[in-house]
Design a protein around this ligand. Structure first.
Ligand code: ADP
Length: 298
């Protein structure tokens, strides 16, 4: 109680009342670190234990769902695939100038012996869900940045027009990316069909770094914080390699269950241009040399 104060507790109680339709007493709350953008807590209440995150700003892109709305929709899209445990969405909304998202709290456990193999196999189940077009029927956010999911027939067009180009344009506008690099990106566009395989649009988590994979009480992986869309499955695997944290057993199990076309490791950096440009825009010039190196290479 001391850490949060009465006001914070009544915030929790009021938003729980709005989504559950019953009055709730909050007993205790633990601050949860790890998120980049929002404040999060584990909240113990008379109605159960919840994960709640909230923010003062709602920087939704015009005409798009809000950040928490699109996160809730993304979780609801991943859950029915049955691949992973995905927290239930309890509710989301606005209250007293803050937006919030309330989810089922996932209790942590120790990884099972075959944790990495399970993660690889489960990801192939997720990626085997396809639809005819790349993109998604709603936009969402990557970090705090708008992610345009305009439905597109051609995967190379989608990857370039709705992933690389908006981020490169923003970085150029902010003075973080040189004109030379920006132009090089257009030359890369021409080569994409020769460099990466044209696969069917696969359902992706979209922000699969190790911090977004929780280990549940059964010792199995549970996924949080998605930026879902239908895209090239190799882009998802490439992203897991950007900051490491995924064991080789994960890649082997994935490849065994749903083999990748040969030469994947040589393509990783092409896909990772997207998250690197996102990081450049979010966190600044520290990422510029990595972007320029990849553009030079290709
Ligand atoms: P942000 O949107 O700011 O990135 P996250 O969704 O990553 O915030 O949540 C912050 C931290 O809270 C995560 O690092 C994770 O450890 C924990 N967390 C997130 N969702 C849950 C959940 N449903 N159950 C338990 N812990 C969670």
């Amino acid at each position: 109680m001391d850490f949060w104060g009465d006001e914070q507790f009544s915030f929790f109680e009021n938003i729980l009342f709005s989504v559950l339709g019953q009055s709730v007493d909050v007993i205790e709350a633990q601050f949860l670190s790890g998120g980049d953008i929002n404040t999060a807590a584990q909240v113990f209440s008379s109605a159960g234990v919840f994960f709640i995150k909230w923010n003062h700003v709602d920087n939704s892109a015009v005409g798009s769902p809000s950040m928490f709305e699109s996160e809730a929709w993304g979780l609801d899209l991943l859950r029915p695939t049955g691949a992973f445990q995905i927290p239930q969405v309890i509710g989301h909304g606005h209250y007293q100038g803050k937006c919030y998202l309330i989810l089922e709290y996932i209790d942590f456990g120790k990884p099972a012996k075959t944790y990495w193999e399970t993660l690889g196999q489960k990801l192939t189940i997720l990626h085997s869900h396809t639809q005819p077009q790349f993109g998604l029927h709603f936009d969402n956010y990557i970090g705090s940045l708008h992610q345009n999911n305009k439905l597109t027939d051609n995967g190379f067009d989608f990857f370039f027009d709705h992933r690389l180009l908006p981020q490169a344009g923003l970085a150029f506008y902010k003075g973080l990316l040189s004109k030379q690099a920006y132009d090089a990106l257009f030359r890369l566009r021409e080569r994409l069909p020769d460099l990466i395989p044209d696969e069917r649009p696969a359902l992706l988590h979209g922000d699969l770094w190790s911090g977004n994979v929780l280990i549940n009480e059964e010792g199995s992986p549970a996924l949080i914080d998605p930026a879902v869309y239908y895209g090239f499955r190799e882009a998802e695997l490439a992203f897991t390699k950007l900051f490491a944290g995924f064991d080789e057993r994960f890649y082997d199990a994935y490849d065994e269950a749903f083999p990748l076309q040969s030469g994947f490791n040589e393509r990783v950096s092409i896909y990772n241009l997207y998250p690197l440009l996102v990081h450049l825009n979010l966190f600044g010039s520290g990422y510029v040399s990595a972007v320029e190196r990849i553009l030079k290479q290709f």
